[in-house]
Design a protein around this ligand. Structure first.
Ligand code: NAP
Length: 451
């Protein structure tokens, strides 16, 4: 009889969860012959679905129902509140997982922001979109100083879907926010903020905008703000017209054109798109001023044109990058784990039993469903190697013993369900639907594992 196959997955976001799902569906193994343990550093599952997808995109978040089914499949276990890595704050190393499981799949995502490398980027008021997203999503590690919301103008750098998410969240009304699961302190801070104009700045022309037409149309229809597109930005060069002929770009340009022709309605807030501009400096008022007061924008087609835009909040939304894991090769340039067909490589050498999936494998692109395709490729490689791998690890019992010995308060699936119940109860108390807990201690208390 073939030895059982024991797999550890690091990360419980869509990529990790899809891996667990496809493994159980396609391994051809019965319960008992396949064990998939998913490790997650937060007490809560679902990664970016919980902490990245915008709170007002409940339809996208409904994927949680099918991800829940994955974690409730016999043979799949959730180990929340367990950090994989090395050094302070880490509970288990990748090497320990490799020693105890037959295969380890790294699905640790892209939790860090990409930097612009522009002078003044460290000034107060320049806040990575990632930090703003984490804060309004109730991430327990979010660091966001709400005093920057006293600014009258915010500039979002980048024209991807994250840029649209943060711009939209800045103009949502309190009623709209209360219909989501964002924590009450977020609703209050966003309800009272003073930002009147949000400028969304793209370094190339609109034909290269990365946001999708669906997301732009949603923004264009928002009640809380006038959306302003300059007709001048939509005048295309011959070269640009070739790009704009592609179906997705053509649809988006048609939508931008319609909005450019609209008369502003005089709403209290506006979102203004600026293309062909890039920040070259985030300036203070004086040499000793540590806060951002103006963004110096250079025109990318005519660099001699430079404009200073007074501003108190800058949100660079220029992409994410992965974080290196001790004991795992890492490509610092791309912020991803080097791999060949999902098998992690160290130079030319394949590291047996080690795989990557999701954003840490292919970089931060695509929608949630893209991770399913990515997970299929990873599982296919793992199952092709399964005959050699099965039985090679010492067994998950050793990992459970290590966690006990180290006093790690593991949040298993039933404890996560207790957190969910506490969030539902919190919502009921405040007359809202479910409301997220945003402090780790409160989550652990609700889970019944607070030390
Ligand atoms: P993205 O789509 O890659 O957009 C990044 C933007 O930043 C681009 O406009 C890019 O411009 C710009 N940029 C990069 N480096 C820059 C620099 N040095 N200076 C100025 N601009 C710079 O990334 P994202 O918005 O973070 O989204 C990540 C992924 O999640 C995407 O696949 C996105 O579609 C997905 N997502 C989807 C949804 C949704 O479906 N609703 C919501 C959020 C995110 P260039 O093109 O010129 O490089």
């Amino acid at each position: 009889m073939a030895a059982p196959l024991r797999v550890a997955v690091v990360g419980s976001g869509p990529a990790g969860a899809f891996c667990a799902q496809i493994l159980t569906e396609e391994s051809g193994r019965d319960v008992g012959d396949l064990a998939v343990d998913v490790f997650e550093r937060l007490p809560t599952p679902f990664g970016l679905v919980r902490y990245g997808v915008a709170p007002d995109h409940q339809k996208i978040k409904s994927i949680v129902a099918s991800l829940t089914e994955v974690f409730e499949t016999p043979g799949v276990r959730f180990f929340g509140n367990v950090t994989i890595g090395s050094g302070a704050g880490c509970d288990l190393t990748v090497d320990e997982l490799r020693a105890h499981y037959d295969a380890v799949v790294l699905a640790s995502g892209a939790p860090l922001e990409r930097r612009l490398g522009v002078p003044g980027e460290d000034r107060a008021g320049v806040v990575a979109a990632r930090d703003f997203v984490s804060w309004y999503s109730g991430h327990p590690d979010a660091a966001f100083d709400t005093s920057v919301l006293a600014a009258e103008r915010a500039v979002v750098v980048g024209v991807g879907n994250v840029a649209l998410d943060v711009a939209r969240m800045l103009v949502r009304t309190p009623d709209e926010l209360r219909r989501t699961d964002v924590p009450e302190h977020v609703v209050e801070a966003l309800a009272g903020h003073r930002v009147r104009e949000v400028c969304v700045v793209g370094r190339r022309g609109p034909e290269h905008a990365k946001f999708t037409n669906k997301e732009f149309l949603e923004l264009a229809a928002i009640d809380g703000a006038d959306v302003v597109v300059s007709p001048d930005d939509l005048v295309l060069s011959e070269q640009a017209r070739a790009v704009a002929a592609r179906p997705a770009a053509a649809r988006l340009l048609a939508s931008l054109q319609k909005v450019a022709e609209r008369e502003p309605q005089g709403r209290a807030r506006s979102i203004r798109f600026l293309f062909h501009r890039t920040p070259v400096e985030f300036a203070g008022r004086t040499d000793i001023d540590t806060a951002v007061r103006a963004v110096r924008l250079a025109h990318t087609q005519r660099p001699e044109i430079v404009e200073d835009l007074p501003v108190g909040l800058v949100l660079p939304a220029v992409g994410y990058r992965g974080r290196a894991l001790a004991g795992v090769p890492f490509d610092n340039t791309s912020g991803t784990i080097p791999h060949r067909d999902a098998r992690v490589v160290d130079g030319e050498r394949v590291l047996p039993g080690l795989y990557a999936v999701g954003w840490v494998k292919r970089g931060p692109s695509g929608v949630i469903g893209t991770n399913r395709l990515c997970a299929s490729e990873t599982v296919e490689a793992l199952l092709a190697d399964a005959a050699d791998l099965a039985g090679s690890g010492a067994g998950p019992e050793g990992i459970e013993a290590l966690l006990r010995a180290r006093g790690v308060p593991v949040v298993d699936w039933s404890r996560w369900q207790a957190i969910e119940a506490a969030e539902t109860a919190l919502g009921e108390r405040t007359g809202r639907g479910r409301v997220k807990l945003h402090e780790r201690d409160a989550m652990l208390l609700a889970a019944g594992v607070a030390g």
